[in-house]
Write a protein that binds this ligand. Structure first.
Ligand code: SF4
Ligand code: SF4
Length: 177
């Protein structure tokens, strides 16, 4: 797809970001030397570290939820499809179609017949993934070096998703801090 090539070649902030899900959006300038971070800041940092350096508990792995891999997993449902298409069209300066970036149930359930979450209509629309098994069927917005090429406008689910492993990390910190 031409627009996808444009996205891959487009210089900009998004190309500098990792393809993980949990990024603290705000860089907090309020901390002064010797001042302790807040509980939320510690949790956000732990999420950042986990998703970029210890994804799902695996050292040096990042962005596992930007690909399907061999798990029963789907990147969906996407709640803000219209907003995302509008922002992506603006970013690329061309009109992006729904089917360019999302998969609906009629198509998706045939792609992974052995994965139960791809058989549930409630999990759609989902992010379109590349048919590249060697890369674990990645979201097509994930660059070859595991960066999200649409970080600043990515769908809401990408900002809020916590896998079981990360839920455990966050739960532990919530409890102990
Ligand atoms: S949410 Fe889980 S699977 Fe996704 S990047 Fe973070 S640790 Fe990895
Ligand atoms: S848009 Fe794709 S690459 Fe970016 S965070 Fe979401 S799933 Fe990952």
């Amino acid at each position: 797809m031409k627009w996808l090539d444009t996205l891959r070649q487009k210089p900009g902030d998004d190309n500098q970001e990792r393809g993980f899900i949990r990024i603290p959006e705000d860089k907090d300038d309020s901390l002064k030397a010797g001042e302790s971070p807040t509980k939320q800041e510690v949790i956000d940092s732990a999420c950042y570290y986990t998703c970029t350096r210890m994804c799902y508990g695996v050292k040096d792995q990042a962005g596992g939820c930007c690909m399907i891999g061999d798990r029963d997993f789907i990147i969906g449902p996407i709640s803000d499809t219209a907003r995302f298409i509008e922002d992506l069209s603006k970013k690329l300066g061309e009109k992006i179609k729904f089917e360019d970036v999302f998969i609906e149930y009629d198509e998706g359930h045939k792609m992974f017949p052995d994965k139960s979450c791809w058989q549930n209509p409630k999990n759609f629309p989902a992010m379109r993934v590349l048919p590249d098994e060697s890369r674990g069927f990645p979201c097509q917005m994930l660059s070859l070096d595991s960066k999200c090429m649409v970080h600043s406008i990515k769908p809401e689910v990408c900002n809020t998703y916590l896998c079981d492993y990360l839920k455990g990390v966050v739960g532990y910190l919530e409890d102990k801090l």
